[in-house]
Structures are given as C-alpha cells and as structure tokens.
Design a binder for this molecule. Structure first.
Ligand SMILES: Cc1ncc(COP(=O)(O)O)c(C=O)c1O
Length: 366
C-alpha cells in the first residue's frame, strides 16, 4: 500500500471538451494548449486524448521535443518561440512552429537564414507566428512596429508561412471593454498583411465568436475547468479531466476547545470527529486554502479545517460521524469543480492543476 493520493485523469473528458471547443468555433482550427505538462495532467497522454486537434501549443523546446519523440507529427507551436539562437536549429529540425514576439528573435532567424542554404531540399521551412501586443502588455511587438517586423520576416527565406497572433488580457470577463478594443486593433493590423490569424483563448472561444479568426487556442477548457472569471460557470458543458483523490488515513475524536494542526489556527467548537487526509502542499494542494475550503469525503462535504501540512490536511467530519480510515476523499474534480476550490483558496484553477507535484501518480482512464 503506497500513499493513497492520486490524480485520476479522465482521457475521455479531454476528448469531450475538445469536441465542445470545435462545436463552439466550427470555422476555426484548434491549437490545443498543452504546455506545463498538459496543465499538470501529463502532456503525452493529453496529446493522445486530443488527437483530433489541429496542432499543439507548448512553452518550451523540451516539451516540443518530447511530443515529437512520442511520435506526434502534428504542428507543434512554441508559444514563446525560442529563448536563444542555439535553440533554433533544434526547432527547425523538429519542424516546430515559432512565435516571434521580439526583435532579438527576428535577428536569430536572420542569422539562421544566412547560415543555411535557402530552400534546402526536404526542408519544409519555418512557420512563424508574429505576436503583437494589442493591450496585454506582456509579450508581442508594439502595434507601430508590427508591420516592419512582418516585412523583416517576409524577407527571411527560411520562413515559409507567417501568421498573426495576439492574446486577450480580460477574455474571462466578456463584458470588459478591453476585449472589443483588442479585437479591433488586431483586426485592423491583420487587414494590412493578409495571413492566418489567432487571438482567442478558451474564454474568448466560448464567449466571443467574433474573435475566433483562423485558429483558436484553447487551454483550460480542454481540462474541464470554466475559463470564465471566478464564480462564472462555462457557457457550455465541460467535463473535469483531473480528479485529485486520496483517502482518510486517520480519524480522531477531538474535544471542544482542541486546536487542529500547525499554529493551532482552528479550534473545535464542540466534541467532533476530525479526519486526516493524505494530501498536502507537497502534493500541490494549496497551503493557503483557508478553513472551510470544500473537500468531499465519501461523496459528501467535509470542509478543510486548520492549516494544510506538507503531507496531510484535516477535515471536519461532523456531518459524517461514521467515516473511517480508508474512506475516499476528493480534493477537486468529479463532484467538486477545481475552480470552486481555487476560489476558496484565493487562486485560479490553472495554478491548482499545474501545481500537482511529481510525487502524485497520474492514473489515466479512458
Ligand atoms: C498565448 C496563449 N494562448 C492561449 C493560451 C490558453 O489560454 P486558456 O488556458 O485560458 O485557454 C495561453 C495560456 O496561457 C497562452 O499563453
């Protein structure tokens, strides 16, 4: 018997959620975002479950290489491009598509161009996504430099395909005025050099059809979490792909006034059973989750009490006086949306999913 905490990954949920994305954006191709180890779900099995996607977006060369080594032949997009000139050859070798978001990356491409014979036979050429800043102010060329960057790209013979791309800052709040403005700026820019365009993440995919363009880039919705701002359900049905499960490993009868856990921050208001769950911040459960954060034991609510420890957390079993060691616990997933737990803990579903640590076995089911 090993420690009972497990991340159960429902691969059919991923496939279902992708079909929902395709239904919501029927005229666009889908670049499934599977960076950060498939948002913590296990990138390779996620890629398998999402085989109907038109391409995969990752954050690093290493992630892309492991997809290729696993036999993935679809387009693979490096969302931040390469981080140095040295990475370019590997990227070309694996036929990765590259985001170019700043001038140094253009310079590296020009240098590559000089060092390689243009149009080498069998060399498909690079697809480059020029990323522009329409209001996120994170990555991307300023709008007034975008056309010059585009024209520099067009002069690089190794680059055989060019696309426009930008990213929303507030898509999870559909009424936010920034969305319309970003889309307007992007549309105006793209009209000046015709090419495939991509703007929408999950939230925009589900709430802003005018932003779909040629490629949508869903991430979080594929994993079954609502992409909308805290407290807002997704406008379509999504199935949670990860259920973080564990078990009760102890049940103790505490007395009124007994304090539970580090810092003695939670004091029993009455005599009561307290359950100890094998899950803690060493597994990626948020340490800052306050008492009252929802947890389910035997499918029923049993809220968190006291501070989360590295390997354990405690739950209030007053509503389940018969609960005993070995009883199943759900920390999030089926029956307990990860976004509900995230909201209680003052964080976002993305951080919880990506934060499940490597010591937690991922158990795939179809
Ligand atoms: C550039 C880019 N596109 C798309 C996505 C997917 O976003 P979401 O998970 O909100 O759908 C991300 C995620 O961080 C991103 O960085």
């Amino acid at each position: 018997m090993t420690r009972p905490v497990r991340a159960h990954i429902d691969l059919s949920a991923l496939t279902f959620n992708l079909s929902q994305a395709c239904r919501a954006a029927p005229d666009s191709r889908v670049m499934a975002v599977i960076k950060a180890d498939g948002y913590g779900h296990g990138m390779l099995s996620v890629a398998g479950a999402l085989e109907a996607a038109d391409g995969f977006a990752v954050a690093s060369l290493e992630e892309g290489v492991s997809l290729r080594e696993a036999g993935v032949e679809k387009p693979v997009l490096l969302l931040e491009g390469v981080f140095s000139r040295d990475e370019l050859e590997t990227a070309v070798h694996h036929n990765f598509e590259l985001v170019v978001h700043q001038a140094a990356q253009l310079g590296w491409l020009q240098a590559l161009d000089r060092s390689l014979a243009a149009g080498t036979p069998g060399q498909p050429g690079l697809s480059v996504w020029l990323k522009v800043n329409t209001g996120m102010n994170r990555l991307g060329f300023p709008l007034d430099e975008a056309l010059a960057a585009w024209d520099r790209l067009a002069a690089i013979s190794q680059v055989s395909a060019r696309r426009w791309m930008s990213h929303f800052a507030c898509a999870d709040e559909p009424q936010h005025l920034a969305n319309a403005e970003q889309e307007r700026l992007f549309r105006e820019l793209c009209a000046q050099r015709e090419a495939p365009c991509s703007l929408a993440n999950s939230a925009a995919l589900l709430s802003r059809p005018s932003s779909h363009f040629d490629w949508v880039r869903p991430g979080i919705m594929l994993y079954g979490a609502s992409p909308m701002a805290a407290g807002q359900a997704a406008p379509v049905e999504l199935h949670p792909a990860m259920t973080l499960r564990s078990e009760l490993i102890a049940v103790r009868q505490c007395r009124q006034g007994d304090a539970v856990g580090y810092g003695q921050t939670w004091v029993c208001p009455e005599d009561m059973p307290v359950g100890v769950v094998a899950a803690g911040y060493g597994d990626g459960y948020p340490r800052h989750a306050p008492s009252g954060t929802p947890v389910r034991v035997n499918g029923e609510p049993a809220p968190l009490i006291g501070r989360v420890s590295m390997d354990t957390l405690c739950v209030d079993l007053r509503k389940q006086p018969r609960a005993s060691v070995g009883d199943p616990v759900v920390l999030w997933g089926q029956g307990l949306p990860v976004e509900t737990v995230a909201e209680a803990a003052g964080t976002i579903s993305y951080a919880l999913l990506c934060g499940v640590t490597s010591r937690v076995p991922r158990v795939n089911s179809i």
